[in-house]
Ligand binder design. Structure first.
Ligand code: AMP
Length: 292
């Protein structure tokens, strides 16, 4: 496994790896590091499905708001490199902020509408930072496939729209959410949780699990009733502070009417949650397949 820190080294490394085989595809996994089994599932898949696999680790300042956790975002380069090697990654790109942004970027990639709701509502500018850095990374790596976790379902939808609108020649591969044994979705931010918060954080995955049971008994539950039940369940946990509970069409992220019965969904439906425990913000979601 090769570790590179400059864009020039990255380009050379990819060219050299590609030229080892006549026909080779490049699989790319962009991350912010502090890697866990969720990231590992993406890396293993990128390594298995492509001749050349590239991981990037970059805590991207422009996707953090002024009062967010940029300065305390967890980092462990040595552990990350060991896990990447174990997953079969060929090239790790570890750029500095100066390498990615030698000056304040005057160019931004902005996906409209879909970034105004859900996480975009409470994190203004966040998705502009994501689409801008992912575009930059796509230009540097020129991957055939890029792997993203459905843990960040809105991010997947927004990036798919960007790739479509800008005719980027990369296939986005959405990958399933990896969870702890008790259901908590893996996240680099889980380390911020106190013992009590960690225990109560289970209400996210539990409420999403209950949706299945509620719909089995009452398939005609409306969007509003479903969201209400989830809110009530989460509010049963005293440390939980709900930021949003949303039921929207996927991947358009269009809202569904409050009175819309779930049994009539003819698109996939995303149930997305953001809940704060103290200063830690957790997200989770579940995708319901279209009925018709
Ligand atoms: P991050 O380092 O948080 O920016 O995440 C990098 C990539 O890993 C993103 O595509 C995430 O959606 C994905 N990811 C993070 N957590 C998980 C998880 N629990 N399961 C699957 N993918 C994940």
């Amino acid at each position: 496994m090769l570790v590179v820190r400059t864009i020039a080294e990255l380009r050379t490394a990819i060219q050299e790896n590609k030229s080892k085989q006549e026909k080779s595809t490049v699989g790319f996994v962009p991350t912010m590091g502090y890697l866990h089994e969720g990231h590992a599932s993406l890396m293993r898949r990128a390594a298995a499905e492509n001749e050349v696999s590239v991981l990037s680790i970059f805590v991207n300042p422009i996707q953090f708001g002024p009062n967010e956790d940029l300065d305390r975002y967890p980092r462990d380069e040595q552990r990350d490199l060991a896990l990447a090697e174990n997953c079969g990654i060929d090239i790790v790109f570890l750029p500095s902020v100066e390498m990615m942004y030698p000056q304040e970027t005057k160019t931004k990639v902005v996906v409209a509408q879909m970034t105004a709701s859900l996480c975009g509502a409470s994190r203004p500018g966040h998705f502009d930072g994501v689409t801008t850095v992912v575009s930059k990374l796509f230009h540097m790596v020129q991957p055939d496939r890029a792997y993203f976790g459905m843990k960040d379902a809105q991010q997947v939808a927004v990036l798919q729209q960007m790739v479509y609108d800008l005719n980027m020649s990369v296939e986005l591969v959405p990958c399933p959410i990896v969870r702890e044994e008790d259901g908590l979705a893996l996240s680099s931010r889980n380390v911020y949780l106190s013992e009590d918060e960690r225990a109560q954080a289970l209400v996210l995955s539990q409420s999403l699990q209950l949706v299945q049971e509620w719909l089995a008994v009452e398939p005609v539950l409306t969007t509003a009733a479903l969201a209400d039940r989830i809110r009530t369940y989460i509010n049963g946990s005293p440390l939980a502070e709900i930021e949003y509970v949303e039921v929207v069409a996927f991947p358009s992220l269009q809202p569904l009417a409050a009175s819309f019965p779930m049994s009539e969904r003819n698109t996939d439906v995303l149930i997305a949650l953001a809940v704060r425990f103290g200063t830690t913000r957790l997200i989770d979601n579940r995708l319901l397949q279209a009925v018709q």
